[in-house]
Design a protein around this ligand. Sequence first.
Ligand code: G
Ligand code: G
Ligand code: MN
Ligand code: NA
Length: 250
Amino acid sequence: GALEADLLSALDRREIEVLFQPQFASSTGAVAGAEVLARWRHPTLGEIGARDLFAIAERAALVAPLSRHVVARALEDAAIWPAELTLSLNITPEELGDPRFAADFAALIGRSEIAPGRLMLEITEDLLLRNLKQAGEALAALRKLGFRTALDDFGAGFCNFRYLRELPLDALKLDKTMLEGVPRDAIALAVLRAIVQLGKALELDVYAEGVESEIQRAAVVSEGCDYWQGFLRAQPMKSDAVLELARTAR
Ligand code: G
Ligand code: G
Ligand code: MN
Ligand code: NA
């Protein structure tokens, strides 16, 4: 279709916007890093969100170039960030399935000032694993190169606990649906508590997503989530705004 045909030139025209959603450390309240979220500012259709954007890219066989473009733009923007800030990048299962991905990604990062240890690669639980063994190998290769890995959207799908047992992970990101009703709803709170405990038992950094209210923030902090992100404190924003927030937020 027309959108698929447009996408290649959109990359050239810099219509793909790279935003960053800050992540806060529960222990200090400071900005610890940010998640990179892409959007297409289409000249006539307006904003196209990342989910649609990547679906279009898949149909146009442009996932890899789009993703490289997003990563390169994010690295460029974050080059002047303080070295303690981390950067989380969403990776599609298709990318993870490419045997050259780890090496290509390392080459891309190697050209930037950003050390691999500051980069967290997020893979989505529900789409992930047509091939668990191969995904595990790809993640292991990335960790060997110094990158960190996270299982994203945990709790949104079937919560396959095998993923937690078999994938080499550094972090667990709880899906925002896990916060619905928290802390008022005793069942929702019990489920959140158990999953955070599980993450801690596996020595994973636990991130809460979709924190929209002060009582949710207080709950995820007291339940032991290490980091949180959400509209309560920060929407996806431009790089400059992250820097400004990092200077002021505590
Ligand atoms: O911010 P938004 O609601 O558009 O994000 C929708 C989905 O798109 C989220 O699941 C997010 O993980 C994913 N996403 C956002 N940016 C990127 C990206 O650069 N690459 C990939 N693969 N997924 C992204
Ligand atoms: O699937 P993933 O977790 O990568 O996608 C993150 C998505 O969640 C982005 O589209 C981002 O805009 C959205 N998001 C971030 N914080 C909040 C929040 O507090 N509430 C809601 N409803 N969505 C959020
Ligand atoms: Mn994510
Ligand atoms: Na998520």
